[in-house]
Ligand binder design. Structure first.
Ligand code: DGY
Length: 324
């Protein structure tokens, strides 16, 4: 009998087709995430699952799925999975690193330039028929060239954002768990600084860190207070890194000039107050939403499942899996 693989949401066919060649595959047809008990029920009897970042998989769920050998997250982040609990039960956990780097950095850059050049406002203005002729005083924004970008989290995506912003002649500061290797630092002309220094010196701050207990509310009222007056904030990483109520207050007070968010503290809910503000651009978590990235994520998640269920080590085990 074929082993069963459950896919918790519709994903691009690339990965589904690969899995169907070997396993019995069941795809949950609804884009709304399954509640934990329903997910556990679906997983009972399955050997593998492809999960999304909105599927909470903890030890209790795992205990109800004795045949489960692999949880392949269709995302680079994996804070939705209790990796320690999986490890204890001999269940492998994988993610999709590397394949969504350019896509996510592109959306971070898009948010940055959308804010600084007032693109949404300008589009609304034109659609409303208010463009009556070229006007030297109309919709002036802030030039990126010569300004300073502060990157929080200098992993793959942070580095790619740095590269893109270097091409626009920005200066790069970064804060990370530790400095990146000197060669990368040199190539990006990036300066490693403390968080306080970064907040005080950056004209725009872009978050690219994972969600961990250490990064939760890293950008709270105190941090926002330390930011340069009139700076911009971009978050394409995880919502809980920003205290969104404090951000809404700072934006309403004009302390922060604008914010571009692709992720939310209480995702998919958007914190009250934010949608009422003109100086905010809100996206529905589409950082990796290119055809290329999503196809690669789907294929990568499937390859991880295939490896695990055919007795090989999946290529993209999350780092905690290999730590002793
Ligand atoms: C991830 O991969 O973690 C993103 O947030 C979704 O692409």
């Amino acid at each position: 009998m074929k082993e069963i693989v459950f896919i918790a949401h519709p994903i691009p066919e690339t990965g589904i087709d690969r899995l169907r060649e070997r396993f019995e595959v069941s795809v949950h047809p609804d884009i709304r995430p399954l509640e934990t008990p329903a997910l556990a029920e679906k997983l009972a009897g399955c050997s593998g699952v492809i999960s999304l970042l909105c599927d909470r998989i903890d030890g209790a769920v795992m205990d109800r799925c004795p045949q489960l050998k692999i949880i392949a997250n269709h995302a680079v982040g994996y804070e939705n999975i209790d990796v320690a609990a999986a490890k204890k039960r001999g269940i492998l956990v994988t993610n999709t690193p590397g394949v969504l780097t350019a896509a996510t950095a592109e959306i971070a850059f898009a948010l940055l330039i959308t804010l600084t050049r007032r693109i949404i406002e300008a589009d609304r203005f034109t659609r409303a028929g208010r463009f009556i002729g070229w006007d030297p005083l109309l919709l002036r924004g802030d030039e990126l060239a010569g300004r300073t970008l502060g990157i929080i989290g200098m992993g793959r995506i942070g580095q790619d954002m740095a590269r893109k912003c270097r091409a626009f002649d920005m200066r790069i500061l970064y804060h990370n768990r530790g400095p990146v290797d000197p060669e990368t630092e040199r190539a990006l002309s990036a300066e490693y600084v403390s968080l306080d220094d970064l907040l005080a010196r950056s004209d725009a701050v872009s978050i690219h860190a994972p969600s961990t207990p250490e990064t939760r509310h890293l950008i709270d009222a105190g941090a926002l207070e330390k930011m340069k007056p009139g700076a911009y904030l971009i978050n394409t990483a995880r919502g809980d890194i920003v205290h969104e109520a404090a951000l809404a207050d700072a934006l309403a007070a004009g302390k922060i000039k604008g914010a571009g968010l692709d992720v939310y503290e209480f995702e998919p809910k958007v914190t009250r107050g934010l949608p009422d503000l003109e100086n905010v651009v809100l996206l529905p978590h589409i950082g990796s939403a290119t055809h290329e990235a999503r196809d690669r994520m789907s294929a990568m998640a499937a390859d991880n499942v295939i490896a695990a269920l055919t007795g090989r080590t999946p290529p993209n085990l999350v780092p905690e899996m290999t730590e002793r």
